[in-house]
Design a protein around this ligand. Sequence first.
Ligand code: CA
Length: 230
Amino acid sequence: MTERVLIVEDEPKAAESFRKWLEENNFGADIAPDGAVGRHLALSEKYDLVLLDLNLPYVSGYEVCREIKSQKPQMPVILVTALGGIDQKLSGFDAGADDYIVKPFDFRELMARMRLLLRRTKDEPTSSGQEGVLRAADLEMNLAFKTVRRGNTLISLTAKEFALLEFLMKKSGKVASRYEIVEEVWDVNFDTGTNVVDVYINFLRRKIDKNFEPKLIHTKQGMGYFIKYP
Ligand code: CA
């Protein structure tokens, strides 16, 4: 099946050369000439990936990216822009972009980045995906940016909650005992025993499981905790 890419680019010559190059590489491609059309197409049509310019008429690339990610969080978005500063890069990731490429660039590099993202989308939800991101069902932990989301909802965790969840996620379904958790996450031998683990598991459950399905954190009676989903 042909994969379809949406090109959101207001510079007609650049947009046309993207389209030509994509079609030569067996992709289908549509062009949106401004942010408003880009947002409309990205949200209403089916695409496998969006190439998104940042500096666009009507609606900025950041805004388009934010809206795509809030409604279609799985859709890969690569920002394509002439702006190369670290602030722009961080704002791009903050808006939920999956990757970022700065003009001028080599098409081969963009293709490599696209393939990586397209493979990641296809592997979901069973694979743990790209490096630095842990996934279980619709829960996504970004280890570099320390963000956690379930579906469209951004979840705020304390440093300990984050470390606990990361440890459980990295066990990929295997049971983590209370002792193991205390050692790994608290890095000390608690005199008070391991009740602290149960307390923090409850905090986590309230944040990542209470209002969501499927439940991810499970208890192995008398042994510990593990992450499981259908
Ligand atoms: Ca532009």
